[in-house]
Write a protein that binds this ligand. Sequence first.
Ligand code: FAD
Ligand code: NAP
Length: 712
Amino acid sequence: MPIEVKPRIVVLYGSQKGQAQSIAEGIAEEAEGHGLLAELSCLDQKDKYNLEKEKSPVVFIVSTTGDGEPPDNALQFVKQIKKKAHTSDHYKHLHYALLALGDTNYENFCNCGKTIERRLQELGAQKFYATGYADDGTGLEVVVDPWLEGLWKAVKAALTKMASDRSFKEDSGQTISDSSIPDVQLNLLSLTNHQPPDLDPKFASTGSHVSSPFVEGVILTTPPAEIQNADPGISNAPSLSQSVPPLSDLSLNVPSLPPPFLDVSLQEGDTVDELFGPLNSETLNEVPVSRAVCLTTGESVKTAILIELDVTAYPMLTYQPGDSFDVFCPNRGSEVNQLLRRLGLEDQKNHHVQVSLLENTKKKGAQVPSFIPQNISLLYLLTWCLEIRSVPKKAFLRALAEHTADSGQRRRLQELCSKQGSADYNRFVRESSVSILELLDAFPSCSPPFSIFIEHLPKLQPRPYSAASSRLQHPGKLNFVFSVVEFPPCSGRPVGRRGLCTGWLFDLVAPLLVHPGKAESQCHVAAPRIHVSLRPNCSFRHPPDTSVPLVMVGPGTGVAPFIGFLQQREKERQRNPDAVFGETWLFFGCRYRDRDYLFREALEGFVSSGTLDHLKVCFSRDNRREEEDVVSGGPPRYVQHNLLLYSHKIINILLKHSGCLYVCGDAKNMAKDVNDTLMEMIKSELQADQLEAMKRLAGLREEKRYLKDIWG
Ligand code: FAD
Ligand code: NAP
């Protein structure tokens, strides 16, 4: 009997927070059901794949992070593929499909995927399926689900084509040109969120074998009795846990159940986490907080706090203004305890967690998450390793549904992860940032095993903050400023809560917090300590040549790095009075002059000392009527309106005097709007068209004279 050899596909992913990875894993798992053998690798596992010789179809799933950067584990790959030395037929042999994940709330949407796509095309690779650009801003699944649905047909077509090309070549001894390969993608839709694909109604289908890899037909035409007999007194509005027609009457397509892959046991015994803090690493420093000052006052503003760290004894924390550093914060103790209680594991919190791979797991490429250390207690795991506040993904909801006894609650969880329930998922889970704990509260009959928490929760990430000081001005000190994130109450969250790190810092420094207008008193409480590590950002730094003119744009806490720049400049001016210093502009914005004008005294001091030539401040809510804006002649509201007022001077500085422009702060709205305003300024100052303006701006970026440090 001849041995049947399954056709191979290669699945490669670059993933920052695990979304691209879990999609890639899903593809690898489903491949078998389609008669294929999938080889799954991360892009940084270079020993596991070889694109230079790859003859099978390759599927790339790549995300984008920060301001258009590749995820850490795709950095080397992107660097390598961008090498100019590659010839235009370097990847002529390669057949690929690509799914790019991004977020249109940030600039450079899907930049990593687009870069890989562009280079693959430039190097002769052949695309066998239309590239998908999925937008986390509106819901990845809008593009991901149909893209996955169409993938298998495209893979099979590509395999057939490749096989027939090979036999044609072998039979005729000829080489065929790429153009003779019919382009499978011609039959496919270009899948972007901007142009939602016209979905085939088959998508909502019936368990046929060729359905989407992630979609299993689950037909529940009759809602469970609980829903049918709902108390008429109960509100008919949908909520996190309550379903209403038409959704409650629909048949659902839910993702296939993620196969369990971890074996987790809890055992009595010694653990080595008595040093209760994030895992020791060479770059981590536990530093004392020497001062904490509240920079805001009154209502209707975000509370902003300045923290001064005493880093005298920490040479590892030798920073430059513009650098940022990571703060490692634990999950909130009360939430950890609540979760332990909810899972019935309170008595075992000091037990030793043993995690290993489940024998015979069906999950392809299953691994014990690398961020789960050996010899830790359950309490440590929940406190320092897992992001228990993270918004549960649909796959997690799907897994939770399996462990929910009440049929009404199970149906609602199925709805929330289904294609039909996407809008409800976005509204009640994603946009409300519902955590797993809040979800378990809303679904009391859900009793999941602990292993699925390690399978589905991401690593607890440290939070970066920008240095707001210069060591020249404040030797041995490192200052930063943060605004306290507030999550309002919503369906599933009866009481609002603070952001994880900012809420933790707020509580930690409360005993020593100095409020505006109050004198700093001698503090008698022991200095709290926090774990930090430096993440040097070599590009967002003051230019080495002090004669270069600077334009700084930083509303809200985005002003932080510029305080460092200006402190440094002030010191340098004192040290070298004869040196040439370029013109400096700072555009700052806040809501009210007398409530959240951060660093007002310091900024006015820089102006008085001549360190800052132009300080342009706007107040977005001071005596402002709703309809007032810069066009109607009101005072400038946002930093970009002030930029427009000084358009001529700013464009001159940037384009005629080789100045540098720095933007720091919110990425979702401010940085995008500032970028659009800059385009308008260039267009009107140079009488240029859109394309020319874009080129000018791109030129500034390439010359590292338009630098951004932005986040949402
Ligand atoms: P989390 O608990 O992580 O919650 C924040 C998340 O919730 C965000 O995704 C946000 O979009 C979302 N969110 C916020 N409010 C709501 C709401 N009401 N409803 C639903 N979702 C909401 N921040 C500073 O304040 N100062 C800095 O100097 C600074 N520098 C940074 C430098 C860099 C390089 C980067 C990448 C980020 C910087 N940040 C800075 C942001 C900072 O790292 C944290 O993201 C921020 O402080 C929030 O952390 P958190 O843990 O309190 O919030
Ligand atoms: P904020 O208080 O929310 O906003 C400051 C000012 O900006 C307010 O007056 C606000 O006006 C205005 N604003 C709102 N939308 C705007 C827009 N589209 N364009 C211009 N201005 C706009 O600011 P924040 O909370 O301190 O900081 C903003 C974000 O930046 C935070 O998420 C923080 O985490 C992040 N951050 C990042 C870095 C970094 O990446 N290095 C550094 C510091 C801070 P209204 O509120 O009246 O609309």
